[in-house]
Design a protein around this ligand. Sequence first.
Ligand code: DGN
Length: 258
Amino acid sequence: QPIAVLDSGVGGLTVVKEVMRQLPREKILYFGDTARTPYGPRGAEEVVAFTREIVDYLIRYNPKMIVIACNTATAAALEDIRGRVALPVIGVISPGARAAVSRTATGVVGVIGTEGTINSGAYDAALKRLCPDIEVISRACPSFVPLVEDGNFHSMETLLTVVEALLPLNRSPMDCLILGCTHYPFLAECISLAMGPDVALINSAEETARDIRAVLEENGKLEGEDGAAPVHRFVCSGDPQKFLEIAQAWLGEPVLVT
Ligand code: DGN
């Protein structure tokens, strides 16, 4: 039985990479909605409708659990999907919030994400639930996802776009910045250059993979250490060749895309 992972495009691969590292025996079935990316500027109702469609598709493959590896879809649709399916469903926002709260010393945390994620207030709520006194500085960065979907991770154009978008955050006393969009770890080098060495970047993938393990353990579904190496499967709604190139470069191994 696979773990089903979904995103609006290639962003959820940042979570997949961490699952492969922490849980190497688990089989992954990934869906990237590359034909309809980006989700960020879409209304919550549309994001819920798209997420429902993808989950209905993934369910046919009898997964152990569903991972919504997209902050925009987590903010809009996590509760809706939990109410619709009988499987465990997890998102990426509470894991990222938890990682930031345990990391910050100043109590000032930055969050960057899509317009959908930032406008939903989901990170503010998740962070304040864990730590009521925390100060949260948020900014939507709508220009980032298209760069990642184009495979444009390190160019001068990318660096300039990132620096310009993050300039307003630069003088704040935050000591960590949540990458509140699963596409952003692809741009981590540029983001880190823009923010300087005193700001730690929080990638929710690591913490999300820990949550996945906890859910599987709780349900007695964790694969044993001695199992065979799993064959993962990747499905995208857009150009499979472009997806394949980005997936192989990011994951560092050949992948099967259908
Ligand atoms: N990767 C997605 C996220 O984490 O919000 C969304 C990207 C998008 O579609 N704009």
